[in-house]
Write a protein that binds this ligand. Structure first.
Ligand SMILES: [Zn+2]
Length: 412
C-alpha cells in the first residue's frame, strides 16, 4: 500500500462490544490514524473493501517458531543456519494464517526478531524469550537417562537452558535479558514428551522461581511458566509468575490466584489435538499417546472453568514440526467451551494486554499498528471463518504493508 491509504467501506470489528460498523480506515505509514464514515481522501490513495470484514491481525500467545521437529532434542544438534531457514518458512506460513504477532515461548532469539523487524524475512512480529529456563532433569533438560554429559548450556539453537540454584537461575535469566528477551520462560512442572520427568512433578524451588521473577521485574519484563498441575500452577503464581502456559490440570484455587494476581492463562489445546491425530507417526510412544486424550479433555474443561471465573485467557497453540499447519484449529476447539467473541478477544485484545501492547496491537483504532485481516465472511457468525481461514482470508496487512493476498472489493 502507498504511505497513506483509505480502506473504504468495509465492516470494521469493534471488539469491546463485539459489533461491526461500516466505516473507512485511514492508514498513514504503519499506523491507523482514523476510523469513521466518509473519511476525506486528502493526500491518500483509496482502496475499496466494500463488503469485506476487517479485524485486527491475530496474535498467538504460545509458539515455537524454531521447532522444525517434534523431537526438540534435535534442535540442540542442528546448525543454527538450518534452524533459521525452517523458522523463516514457519513464520511466513503463520502470516498466511492471519497471525501478525506471536509470542515465542522457547527457541526464537534476537536475531530472528531483528530479521523480521527489518523485513529480511516475512513473518509475525516476534516477542521472544530466548531459551526457556529448566532445572536439571526438568522439562527443558533434553538428555536421556543414559546420557551423563553436561546439559545444554543455553548456546545456539535449542528450546531451553538448564540452570540450578538461585544464583544459577539469576544468571541464566540475566543472560536471556542481556540478549533482549521480551519475557522469561521457566519450566515449573513436568511435561508430556520430555525424556525423564513426570507430568505431576513440580520443578524449580520457590526461591528459584522468585529469583527469575525478580530479575525479570528488574528489567521491566515478566515470567511465563510452563505448568500442568494445580500444585505447580499455584506455587508459580504465588511466586509472582504472570502467565501460566498450558494449565490443563488447574483447580479452584488456581482460578482465584489467576484473578487476584492479575495473571493470564495461555491454554494450548490444539497441540494435544494434533498429537492425538499424528503423534504416533511423529514418534510418540503408545503410553504417552494414551495420556494425550485425558490432557486434552481436562484442558477443555479448564478453559470453560477459567472463562466462567473471569480469568484473562490468551490464545496459544504450541505446535511443533509438521503440525504447525493446525494452528487455527485452536479456534474450533475453544469455541466448544467459550463464546466466539471471547475466543477472538483471546487472540487480539487480551493477547496484546499480555504482551504489554494494549491499544497498539490486537485492535483497530487510531494510534494502533496497521495490522489487519481482510476477510470475505463474518468471523463472529461462524467459527469456520477463522478455523478454516484459508478459505476466507483475502489479505493480511502488517504495519501498513500487504504481506499476504491482495486488497479489493467483494465480487458483486
Ligand atoms: Zn511450548
Amino acid at each position: 500500500m502507498p504511505t497513506s491509504t483509505i480502506l473504504r467501506g468495509g465492516h470494521v470489528l469493534d471488539l469491546t462490544d463485539g459489533t461491526w460498523r461500516t466505516a473507512d480506515v485511514r492508514v498513514d505509514e504503519a499506523t491507523i490514524t482514523a476510523i469513521g464514515p466518509g473519511l476525506a481522501e486528502r493526500d491518500a490513495d483509496e482502496l475499496d473493501v466494500t463488503g469485506r470484514y476487517l479485524m485486527p491481525g491475530l496474535i498467538d500467545g504460545h509458539v515455537h517458531v524454531t521447532a522444525f521437529s517434534a523431537e526438540l532434542r534435535d534442535l540442540e544438534e542442528t546448525a543454527a543456519s538450518y534452524v533459521t531457514a525452517h523458522a523463516a518458512r514457519t513464520m511466513r506460513a503463520m502470516l498466511g494464517r492471519g497471525f501478525t504477532s506471536v509470542r515465542d515461548m522457547g527457541g526464537a532469539d534476537h536475531g530472528l526478531a531483528r530479521a523480521q523487524a527489518e523485513g529480511l524475512l516475512p513473518g509475525p512480529r516476534l516477542f521472544f524469550c530466548g531459551h526457556a529456563l529448566s532445572q536439571t532433569g526438568g522439562h527443558g533438560d533434553m538428555r536421556l537417562p543414559g546420557d551423563d554429559r553436561p546439559p545444554a548450556a543455553g548456546l545456539g539453537p535449542g528450546i531451553s537452558t538448564v540452570a540450578d540454584g538461585v544464583d544459577g537461575v539469576r544468571r541464566a535469566a540475566r543472560e536471556e535479558l542481556r540478549r533482549g528477551a521480551d519475557h522469561i520462560k521457566i519450566m515449573a512442572s513436568g511435561g508430556v514428551a520430555s525424556p525423564t520427568d513426570r507430568i505431576d512433578s513440580t520443578q524449580f524451588s520457590i526461591a528459584e522461581i522468585a529469583a527469575a521473577v525478580e530479575e525479570a521485574a528488574a528489567a521491566n519484563r515478566y515470567v511465563g511458566a510452563h505448568a500442568y498441575t494445580a500444585r505447580a500452577i499455584n506455587r508459580a503464581l504465588r511466586a509472582g509468575v504472570r502467565s501460566i502456559e498450558h494449565g490443563n490440570l488447574l483447580d479452584a484455587e488456581s482460578l482465584t490466584l489467576l484473578r487476584t494476581r492479575d495473571a493470564f492463562l495461555v491454554p494450548t489445546l490444539v497441540t494435544y489435538w494434533a498429537l492425538q491425530r499424528e503423534g504416533r507417526q511423529h514418534g510418540l510412544s503408545a503410553t504417552s499417546w494414551a495420556k494425550v486424550e485425558a490432557v486434552l479433555d481436562r484442558g477443555l474443561a479448564s478453559v470453560r472453568l477459567a472463562h466462567e471465573a473471569g480469568v484473562r485467557i490468551v490464545f496459544g497453540s504450541d505446535l511443533l514440526g509438521g503440525m504447525h499447519r493446525y494452528q487455527n484449529e485452536e479456534f474450533r476447539l475453544r469455541a466448544q467451551v467459550q463464546p466466539l467473541i471471547d475466543v477472538i478477544r483471546s487472540a487480539t485484545t487480551t493477547a496484546a494486554d499480555l504482551l504489554g501492547r494494549s491499544g497498539t496491537l490486537g485492535v483497530l483504532a487510531p494510534g494502533a499498528a496497521a495490522d489487519l485481516l481482510v476477510l470475505d465472511a463474518d468471523p463472529l457468525a461462524d467459527v469456520t471463518v477463522l478455523a478454516d481461514i484459508g478459505d476466507h482470508l483475502r489479505a493480511v496487512v502488517q504495519g501498513g504493508v500487504v504481506v499476504h493476498g491482495a486488497l479489493g472489493p467483494s465480487p458483486r
